[in-house]
Every structure is written in structure tokens, then in C-alpha cells.
Design a protein around this ligand. Structure first.
Ligand SMILES: Cc1cc2nc3c(=O)[nH]c(=O)nc-3n(C[C@H](O)[C@H](O)[C@H](O)COP(=O)(O)OP(=O)(O)OC[C@H]3O[C@@H](n4cnc5c(N)ncnc54)[C@H](O)[C@@H]3O)c2cc1C
Length: 389
């Protein structure tokens, strides 16, 4: 069995000019400075607010690395570039922070445009959204606890209505739709609603995908239970598998409020459950379609090995690998080059509104998180390779 190599930087960075690679190297080196990572997003937001002319600089640097543009139209070039290498894009309208009905309605309309874009253009194989983009966090929290007042109930119904509307639009237009996973204290109700929507819509094919965060100790049991129900009732499940993005916040809240942390005790346990969930989804591929959202090479390798062992076609539509734009191109481009289904989240939105997203990418690639070496060493390796030819 031939393994996919993730070390081929020529394939990984074919789409990047020397100048672009040098700029990426400079950017990732900035993430080594903790003060930049810590204060950069806040200072930038403040600078933009008071009208400093820094938008072009932000747009050319960190925004350019991790986002496709400010609008769907502006994402076209990045999307085309990825698609030339056989990689799809998942338009991710990444605005955060404003919680009023007008914003939720605006976000809903924008997410609908991403679904329509996916309908008409093969380079967008999925659409995606976050429930907190279309409804209030506190309403999801109260609904998860079953504590809604009459007034809350009507807000909750509106949120549910928007969620159903997006799913219906996706199904009507034959577009696969991913629903992101968020904090545990709002996730119960999201799981409940999305499970019902999968039961309703994933009858002959998987259109609706929920997300499972395998840093949670309870997710394998949940996965097993939902597979049993889907088999018994004759519908299908879609799962995006991720490790999980809110570890610190989850642990801090559990500690503060004195309940047992829902998060695995260590990285090894998260890795073990992630790979176990992947194996379970694979073995139950008669009812589960999987989108593997990870930058972890071992887990990506595991799926490619499972597929090879059972003779599953590389482009079987039940299996997708997904990474974030601007990260782990060595995984995305080498997998696509080998013939697998690969897509990258392509975040977009007004610069000011995507700053929280950019802040998280800076944090994730900082020396504090210990991951800056991963992207940087690949870029350096490719620059050295090019300098030798
Ligand atoms: C396409 C895509 C979609 C995504 N969608 C979502 C989403 O909907 N919801 C969401 O929450 N996240 C999402 N993420 C982010 C994801 O959850 C991870 O934070 C990120 O991808 C890093 O994990 P990894 O598998 O890539 O790699 P790795 O670097 O191997 O793993 C890092 C992850 O391991 C876990 N971890 C690290 N240290 C410990 C520890 N001490 N104890 C326990 N666990 C630990 C954490 O989850 C950490 O993020 C998405 C990521 C991608 C690529």
C-alpha cells in the first residue's frame, strides 16, 4: 500500500510565488512574538475604529494569508487557484460578535448566497455556517438547559426557522451543508435540531452534516448511538469530525462553575477518540458520510489507509478531507494531487468583522500553541528547494 506523502513542498506550494512564500514566512515569524498575538487583534480593531488607514496593510498581510476576500466575488481568485489543483473551497462567512436580529437576518441572507454559489459552481463542494451567526448565544444556552421564557421561546423559534430554511435551501439545490460545532453548553440543542434535520433530509443521500468535536469525552458514545438510530430508522448521517477549538474556554468554565470538564484529559486521548470516531464512521459508511476536518497528518493518513485497505475509490463522495485556507497546504495539495476529495474553508467577510477569526489563527500558529514550526518549516523547506534550482 503506498502512503500519501505530505512532505512534497513542491506540490504543496506550486500555487505560491517566491514573493508570496517570503511574505508568508515573515507573517508566521511574527506569530513568534507573543505580544503581537495577544494584543494585535485588539489594537487592529481599535485602529480601524478610530479611522487609522491600516486596512490595506491588514488586507495584504494576515487577511490575505487566511481569507479569500471581503465578498463572495472577491473569493473567486483564491477559489479558482485552489480548484486548478483539484481542491474545492467552502465559503465561510466569518463575521462574529454582533448579536442583533438585523445582523442575524443579514447573515442568513449571506449564507443563502453561499449555498447558491455552491449550487452553480463546482469549485464550492459544500456550504457551511455556525448557529451563533443566525441566533443569540444566550438563547441557545437557555434552550440547551430547557429554560426558555415565553419571550425567549419566540426568539428560539426564529433561530430554528432560519436553520431549517438553510437546510431546505441546501437540499433543494443539492448542496452539501456543514454545520459547525461550538461550545458544549450550547451544543446540545444544536445537536438535537440538526439530528432531526438529518432524519428529515438525509433519506437517500447525505446533504446535512453535523460536527463532532472529539476532544469531548462523550462523543464516541454519541456517535455510536446516532449510528444505531440511523440504521434502525433507515436514514443517513453526515459528520464533520474535528478535534475541537474551544479547549481552554471549556476547561476554564468547568473549573469556575465546579463541574467535571467535558474535555479529554490530554492530547493523546483526543487523538485516540478522533481516530476511533473516524474508524467508526468508515466502518459504518453504509449510513455515514465523513468530512475529516483536520490538519493532523496521522489522522489524514489513517483515512487514506482505511480507504486503500477496503478498496474504496479515492474520490468516493462519502469521504472528504478538509483544512483551513492558509494552513496545512502540504496535506491539502498532496491529497488532492493523489486523487482524494479535498476542500478548504475559505473564510471571508469585511476586514473588521473577521478580526476575531484572524486572531484565533494567529494564536493557533503562535509559539505559545507550539505549532508555529509546522507551517514555517514547510515554507522554509520550499524556499530552500527553489533556491537550489
Ligand atoms: C475544516 C475544519 C473545520 C473545523 N470546524 C470546526 C468546528 O466546527 N468546531 C470546532 O470546534 N473546531 C473546528 N475546527 C478546528 C479544530 O477543532 C481544531 O481546533 C484544529 O483543526 C486543530 O486540530 P487538528 O486536528 O487539526 O490538529 P492537532 O494539532 O493534531 O490537534 C490540536 C487539537 O487537539 C486538541 N488538544 C490539544 N491539546 C490537548 C490536550 N492537552 N488535551 C486534550 N485535547 C487537546 C485540541 O482540540 C486542539 O485543537 C475545524 C478545523 C478544520 C480544519
Amino acid at each position: 500500500m503506498t502512503k500519501v506523502s505530505f512532505d512534497n513542498t513542491e506540490v504543496a506550494f506550486k500555487h505560491k510565488s517566491d514573493a508570496e512564500l517570503k511574505q508568508a514566512k515573515w507573517l508566521f515569524s511574527l506569530f513568534n512574538h507573543n505580544w503581537i498575538v495577544k494584543f494585535g487583534p485588539g489594537l487592529t480593531a481599535f485602529g480601524l475604529k478610530i479611522g487609522l488607514p491600516i486596512k490595506p496593510l491588514v488586507k495584504k498581510t494576515i487577511f490575505h494569508q487566511f481569507c479569500g476576500g471581503e465578498t463572495i466575488q472577491e473569493c473567486s481568485d483564491s477559489g479558482d487557484q485552489l480548484y486548478q489543483s483539484g481542491i474545492g473551497s467552502i465559503l465561510d462567512y466569518s463575521v462574529e460578535g454582533v448579536e442583533d436580529e438585523a445582523t442575524f437576518q443579514h447573515n442568513l441572507e449571506e449564507i443563502k448566497r453561499t449555498i447558491i454559489a455552491a449550487k452553480v459552481d463546482v469549485k464550492f463542494p459544500f456550504a457551511v455556517f455556525k448557529c451563533t451567526g443566525i441566533g443569540r448565544f444566550d438563547i441557545l444556552e437557555k434552550a440547551s438547559k430547557g429554560q426558555l421564557s415565553a419571550e425567549d421561546q419566540s426568539k428560539f423559534e426564529r433561530l430554528k426557522g432560519r436553520l431549517s430554511e438553510l437546510c431546505q435551501l441546501a437540499v433543494d439545490n443539492k448542496v452539501r451543508l456543514l454545520i459547525d460545532a461550538e461550545e458544549t453548553w450550547i451544543q446540545n440543542i444544536i445537536d438535537e435540531i440538526v439530528f432531526e434535520l438529518m432524519r428529515k433530509h438525509n433519506t437517500t443521500k447525505v446533504w446535512i452534516y453535523n460536527t463532532l468535536q472529539m476532544y469531548r469525552t462523550d462523543r464516541l458514545t454519541y456517535l455510536e448511538k446516532t449510528i444505531a438510530t440511523a440504521k434502525a430508522e433507515g436514514f443517513q448521517l453526515g459528520y464533520k469530525l474535528v478535534r475541537g477549538a474551544y479547549m481552554e474556554k471549556e476547561r476554564e468554565r468547568a473549573e469556575e462553575m465546579g463541574y467535571r470538564s467535558p474535555i479529554q484529559p490530554d492530547k493523546e486521548s483526543t487523538d485516540r477518540d478522533f481516530d476511533a470516531a473516524l474508524t467508526m464512521c468508515f466502518e459504518n459508511r453504509d449510513v455515514v458520510a465523513t468530512c475529516l476536518g483536520t490538519h493532523n497528518e496521522a489522522s489524514s493518513q489513517l483515512l487514506s489507509e482505511l480507504m486503500a485497505k477496503e478498496g474504496v475509490a479515492l474520490d468516493d463522495e462519502r469521504f472528504w478531507f478538509a483544512q483551513l485556507y492558509g494552513m496545512s497546504d502540504n496535506i491539502s495539495f498532496n491529497l488532492a494531487n493523489a486523487g482524494y476529495n479535498v476542500a478548504k474553508y475559505l473564510p471571508y467577510g469585511p476586514v473588521k468583522a473577521v478580526l476575531p477569526y484572524l486572531g484565533r489563527r494567529a494564536q493557533e500558529n503562535s509559539s505559545v500553541a507550539g505549532q508555529v514550526g509546522r507551517e514555517m518549516s514547510l515554507i522554509v523547506k520550499e524556499l530552500e528547494r527553489r533556491s537550489r534550482i
